[in-house]
Design a protein around this ligand. Structure first.
Ligand code: ARG
Length: 614
């Protein structure tokens, strides 16, 4: 995609010049127009974002009013006039302008074919201009408390964005900011010591830590004597008392075991740097804030106020009772990531409810000079709440909070039903048009062993949950629905898994062996043999640009939309032309293979394991 990218750059730089020149008579302050990432402006054949959009995106009212459609079209024509397709470095065959003022770009066919051949020869790689060190703070459940659906969202989104950053060749720190510190340990340790005086020496089975948590919380709220002891225990723990420390370790270990199981099942990689890790770094941070004159006493506490957020409560750095809390930890944490680890970019993933907290932390870090945008970049990647199917709180029928393990199990069970239906041939996707390839495929699904069924069901179940989550606009709330996420039609993991399996089956049935495939790639290569192939191929070469947008806007749904779009375009191809029964079989198989590779990579990036046989 390098050629393409540099071409695009020339094209958009050129456009920018033309636009700026044309703007001169209007006497608008320059540069009034920001050209979007190059590839956004210049697109292929369809789905063309345009100058019009660039204008509309411009927030400056004066500029907006100064332009009408006629002006926009005039600009487009200027761009077109000054453009020379004959130039051999030029990747564009034709430029045009639509009635709505859209600039359309048609790439030279050869350029598209070269790009596809490049994928086939060299695999998918991503040209990175500047490698960054990126800290992604995600999952981050709390010890001794239930890991809930909110944490599940954070875990799924976090894993995916990390994989995407990694594919872009960045160095990624996957950080689990575990809630492993604070008052809850005082009460928990006090409770455990009373109820199981011996638990330090002979660890009992603490399978239900959350129950102990609830019970100790109750005592804490009701029994003043218990509360007092608990508070003293926190002080003991924070000052390093060995017995408390040991008790704390045991409790953390038990929770971790549970988290690890979930992570394993969802294929999540994380490194623990919990809140406790920053405990001894807080005093220095307090000193920094003092030196910067940012620490203000308020009602007995030491606080940081930020002018911009004066309608919100401040950050509590030292609480009234002299203790540290969530805010103090996050200040120490952001300093550590920016100044010690030297990260270029920080991403925090929690529900949108915590947006004000992170806005505050980030603004404070900027004020004190640790965070220097745009050299460093720090963002909260917030997400909406998961609701039940009825749009209310997500609960089980007996109105308890849903345990994550049960939720995952149910997804697997339901996926198993789907797969059995499909393989027994009982359920043909409703409304699916019978096309040429499907006819060939009929009754041809591979029979699976019982073990393979279970494995496929587990993969499909996890995929369905993850994909349904990632394809949402992350800020909005969404309703959790097994039926919707396991739908065989529409933008679901199931539809995509089937699409992928079908690509694999076409290649298998073609009888072309992989050595043979390699040889064709080296010799004749891919040639577009049908207009629909051009559409598919154009979509394939956009892949790196889609990822750029994903990481620029932290919007993974752009990737899922892309996957769905690709699968639909391929399905359209099946309806329009034959593959294995065609004279152009070999080159068509090459496009199928390139598509398979792109889709496989997409699956990896959204944390899905593909199924080849269903
Ligand atoms: N443990 C927190 C929670 O469950 C999330 C932590 C997010 N990360 C952070 N650096 N504060 O709400």
């Amino acid at each position: 995609s390098k050629v393409l990218k540099s071409m695009m750059k020339i094209a958009s730089q050129h456009t920018l010049n033309v636009v700026n020149n044309a703007l001169k008579p209007y006497n608008v302050q320059s540069p009034p127009i920001k050209i979007q990432p190059v590839s956004n402006l210049v697109d292929v054949d369809y789905n063309t974002p345009t100058l019009l959009q660039v204008f509309n995106q411009n927030k400056d009212k004066k500029t907006k009013q100064a332009f009408g459609l006629a002006d926009i079209k005039a600009f487009c024509h200027k761009v077109i006039e000054s453009f020379n397709p004959e130039d051999k470095d030029c990747a564009i065959e034709k430029l045009g302008v639509t009635d709505q003022g859209f600039l359309t770009i048609k790439l030279k066919q050869q350029v598209i074919e070269d790009e596809i051949n490049n994928i086939l020869k060299n695999g998918l790689n991503y040209p990175t201009e500047k490698k960054q060190k990126i800290a992604v703070d995600f999952s981050s459940p709390n010890i001794a408390k239930e890991m809930h659906v909110g944490h599940l969202r954070s875990t799924i989104i976090g894993e995916s964005i990390c994989r995407i950053f990694e594919f872009q060749n960045h160095e990624v720190l996957r950080i689990n900011h575990l809630g492993d510190w604070g008052t809850q340990f005082g009460m928990l340790i006090t409770y455990m010591k009373r109820k199981y005086p011996n638990f330090l020496n002979e660890p009992i089975d603490l399978s239900d830590l959350t129950m102990f948590y609830k019970e100790s919380k109750k005592l804490f709220d009701e029994d003043p004597e218990f509360k007092k002891t608990a508070q003293l225990t926190v002080v003991d723990l924070q000052s390093g008392d060995p017995e408390c420390r040991k008790a704390w370790e045991i409790l953390c270990e038990i929770s971790r075991r549970e988290f690890t199981e979930i992570y394993k099942r969802l294929d999540i990689t994380l490194e623990d740097f919990g809140e406790s890790f920053y405990n001894d770094k807080i005093p220095a941070v307090i000193q920094d804030l003092k030196d910067a004159g940012m620490l203000v006493e308020s009602d007995g506490a030491q606080c940081v106020f930020i002018e911009k957020y004066k309608n919100q409560p401040p950050l509590f750095i030292v609480k009234k009772d002299g203790g540290y809390g969530y805010d103090s930890t996050d200040m120490a944490c952001i300093k550590y990531r920016l100044k010690t680890l030297n990260c270029n970019r920080l991403v925090y993933i929690t529900d949108v409810g915590q947006q004000p907290h992170f806005d505050y932390i980030i603004a404070a870090a900027e004020k004190i000079g640790w965070h220097v945008p745009p050299t460093t970049r720090a963002e909260h990647m917030g997400f909406g709440i998961v609701q039940g199917e009825d749009g209310k709180r997500f609960r089980t029928r007996s109105s308890e909070t849903v345990k994550l393990k049960d939720l995952l199990d149910e997804a697997r069970e339901r996926a198993l039903e789907k797969i059995k239906e499909r393989i027994s041939g009982g359920a043909k996707e409703e409304g699916a048009e019978e096309d040429e390839e499907e006819k060939e495929n009929k009754g041809n699904y591979t029979k699976l062993s019982e073990e393979e069924y279970l494995d496929a069901a587990e993969k499909m179940g996890m995929a369905a949950i993850k994909y349904y989550d990632l394809r949402q606009n992350r800020i909005s709330n969404y309703n959790f629905s097994y039926d919707k996420m396991l739908d065989t039609k529409g933008n679901t993991a199931v539809y995509l898994l089937y699409s992928y399996a079908r690509l694999c089956s076409i290649i298998r049935k073609s009888g072309v062996q992989s050595e043979e495939l390699c040889k064709i790639i080296q010799t004749q290569g891919f040639k577009i043999s049908h207009p629909q192939e051009r559409i598919i191929a154009s979509l394939l070469i956009k892949f790196p640009d889609v990822l750029d947008q994903v990481t620029e806007d932290l919007a993974i749904n752009r990737l899922t939309d892309y996957m769905y779009d690709l699968a639909c375009k391929v399905a359209e191809g099946y309806r329009k032309y034959h593959i294995n029964n065609s004279e152009d079989k070999l080159t068509r198989i090459l496009l199928i293979e390139a598509t398979r590779q792109v889709l496989e990579k997409c699956f990896y990036l959204v944390g899905i394991k593909p199924l080849e046989k269903i």
